[in-house]
Design a protein around this ligand. Structure first.
Ligand SMILES: C[S@@+](CC[C@H](N)C(=O)[O-])C[C@H]1O[C@@H](n2cnc3c(N)ncnc32)[C@H](O)[C@@H]1O
Length: 296
């Protein structure tokens, strides 16, 4: 996959990295959880409140994406925290990758299936950036996300392009009116077990035409605050690299994976392709070796 020099990623210089690695992250990870939760409550942190209400839910994602912080606690967490910075980088990178896939789709407008989509910020970014249009079906368990998503789609002039289904992504095979041209699973694999990922990918593979792309993301421990997320936010994420996730999607019928990373090293965006369904080999290949060269 191309690298994306045109994307303005958020980066951390050596001083900030050293400060975080040596002081800030160890404090966040090892100060008593009750004390940190108390400080965040006292500081009226919206990011912490969103995670406590729905760990890893769409609201905390939107707060990180927007980067706006009214309270001091949030200014520190959202502007300076490695994870919110990496999430904004992931949004930019995934938006570009999807915009390019939408443009390459042989079917226009491309039909994009977004699993665990939240309000659909990334697919809305992608459609706006692409040189063509697309239709997207957004699937999420949480219908609250859709009200916000409809406002986002309206603001982007895409109200006709986006539709919403409240459902569990594990039941994906019953949801589709037509085969998707692109499937996307961003911000969701880290909350699913290996078995759940394989089952969802297999259900997708059953309805996706050969060669169609699927987009998902990895998650590494490079953010340095997993212990903080678990103890203070109640966020239990499963970290998997491209090789581990690729192995799961491969079992379900995908292959040909390409990967692009963001500069903080927390997320990579992976694009895989639905492998051709096994068909009977051509007659010539089926001929037994002793028959080689014999006229039919
Ligand atoms: C971290 S948010 C990611 C939102 C969006 N994909 C993004 O990257 O900005 C995860 C979303 O997945 C949804 N979700 C989690 N498990 C789900 C499931 N089994 N079926 C449908 N949605 C699910 C949550 O409700 C939430 O909106």
């Amino acid at each position: 996959m191309d690298s994306w020099p045109e994307i303005e990623f958020e980066r951390q210089g050596p001083f900030r990295r050293t400060l975080k690695g040596g002081i800030i992250n160890p404090l966040a990870n090892y100060l008593p959880g009750g004390l940190l939760r108390g400080l965040l409550k006292f500081g009226k942190s919206e990011l912490a409140a969103a995670n406590w209400a729905d760990p890893g839910g769409w609201r905390s994602m939107v707060i990180s994406y927007n980067g706006h912080a009214r309270k001091l606690a949030d200014r520190i967490l959202i502007k300076g925290g490695t994870m919110p910075m990496a999430l904004r980088n992931r949004r930019r990178l995934a938006g570009k990758v999807l915009a390019s896939l939408i443009e390459q789709s042989p079917n226009q407008p491309a039909y994009v299936l977004c699993l665990g989509a939240g309000p659909g910020q990334i697919i809305i970014d992608a459609i706006c950036q692409s040189g063509c249009t697309a239709k997207a079906l957004l699937v999420d368990l949480n219908a609250d996300a859709f009200e916000y998503g409809k406002a986002l789609a309206d603001a982007a002039g895409l109200q006709e392009n986006i539709s919403f289904v409240q459902a569990d992504v594990r039941h994906v095979n019953g949801m589709l009116a037509q085969p998707p041209d692109i499937a996307k699973m961003l911000g969701i694999c880290e909350y699913l077990t290996d078995e759940q990922i394989i089952a969802i990918a297999a259900a997708l593979a059953a309805v996706m035409p050969d060669g169609t792309p699927i987009v998902f993301n990895t998650l590494s421990l490079a953010h340095g605050t997993d212990r903080f997320f678990r103890r203070v936010f109640g966020l239990h994420m499963i970290h998997r690299d491209a090789r581990q996730l690729g192995a799961l999607f491969e079992q379900a019928g995908f292959g040909d994976f390409t990967t692009a990373g963001e500069p903080l090293g927390v997320y990579e965006i992976v694009v895989g392709r639905k492998r051709p369904t096994q068909t009977s080999p051509p007659a010539a290949a089926r001929r037994p070796p002793h028959a080689e060269g014999v006229a039919p």
